[in-house]
Design a protein around this ligand. Structure first.
Ligand code: NAP
Length: 250
């Protein structure tokens, strides 16, 4: 079988970088997408050093033209993208009365508009191949989280988006699932600690004390779940939301 191509957005660091490395290890050619193309280079170099194929592509996932150009470039230079991981994300936390329209729009833009544009651009390669896998990064914040009206609405929205794509694309051999991480140790959670004026170590310890498995998550924990959803044997699993949070959530 020809090597399949996976696209991972927001893959220059954090969860996206771990997913890119994991999918390369699983045998996929991997397009490493992020706002800054140069920032993707270390992940691409790591994948190539391990014997894999990868391509760095700079793109703002909320920009329709840029998404279209990026996906075309991936198809031409790496192969038709039949796996898509919508991972790019931002936070603009604030209590509702202080949240600006810009805070709201930018979070909706990256998570919802971005996942929509990327999925729409990639789906034709999947339906042409009668095989495809889409994985969307939701969050436990979808269940509600103080100071995150924008982010939790976007992450809950991604769950509805996921279920709808599963229904529409299933007959073409395409599955769509969501992963809802709990606390994962990345620059995103480090920035939250800084914003709250606590050291990252104290912030992680406080989070871990509330997590049944008694530790915070690592990017590799999420990459392992993505690896399952995009695998051949997961073809009968679609429209699901998997909470990867060290304990039950609902
Ligand atoms: P991260 O370390 O902040 O990485 C996110 C990446 O996305 C960054 O490289 C960022 O680029 C990129 N990005 C932002 N806006 C983009 C855009 N418009 N187009 C393309 N790329 C863009 O975040 P993370 O912690 O790895 O999170 C990854 C995903 O998991 C996000 O969707 C997040 O909401 C979700 N998640 C994370 C946690 C957690 O605890 N960390 C929990 C639940 C869900 P720049 O650096 O240039 O901004």
């Amino acid at each position: 079988m020809a090597q399949r191509t996976a696209v991972v957005t927001g893959a220059a660091r954090g969860i996206g970088a771990a997913v890119a490395r994991r999918l390369a290890a699983d045998g996929f050619a991997v397009a490493v997408l992020d706002l800054d193309e140069a920032a993707c280079a270390p992940v691409v170099a790591e994948i190539e050093a391990a014997g894999g194929r990868a391509l760095a592509v700079g793109v703002d996932v909320a920009d329709e033209q840029a998404v279209s150009a990026a996906v075309t470039r991936v198809a031409e230079e790496l192969g038709p993208p039949t796996v898509l991981v919508n991972n790019a994300g931002i936070t603009r936390d604030n209590l509702l009365f202080k949240m600006t329209v810009a805070d709201w729009d930018s979070v909706m833009g990256v998570h919802l508009r971005g996942s929509f544009l990327m999925s729409r651009a990639c789906q034709r390669y999947m339906t042409d191949a009668t095989w495809g896998r889409i994985v969307n990064l939701s969050s436990t914040s979808a269940l509600g989280n103080r100071g995150q009206a924008n982010y939790s609405a976007a992450k809950a929205g991604l769950q509805g988006f996921t279920k709808t794509l599963a229904i529409e694309l299933g007959k073409f051999g395409v599955t769509c699932n969501a992963i809802a991480p709990g606390f994962i140790e990345t620059e995103m959670t480090a920035a939250t600690a800084e914003r709250m004026g606590v050291s990252f170590e104290d912030f992680k310890a406080a989070a871990a004390s509330l997590i049944p498995v008694a530790r915070v998550g690592q990017p590799a924990d999420i990459a392992a779940a993505v690896s399952f959803f995009v695998s051949e044997e997961a073809g009968f699993v679609s429209g699901q939301v998997l909470y990867v949070a060290g304990g039950p959530k609902d």
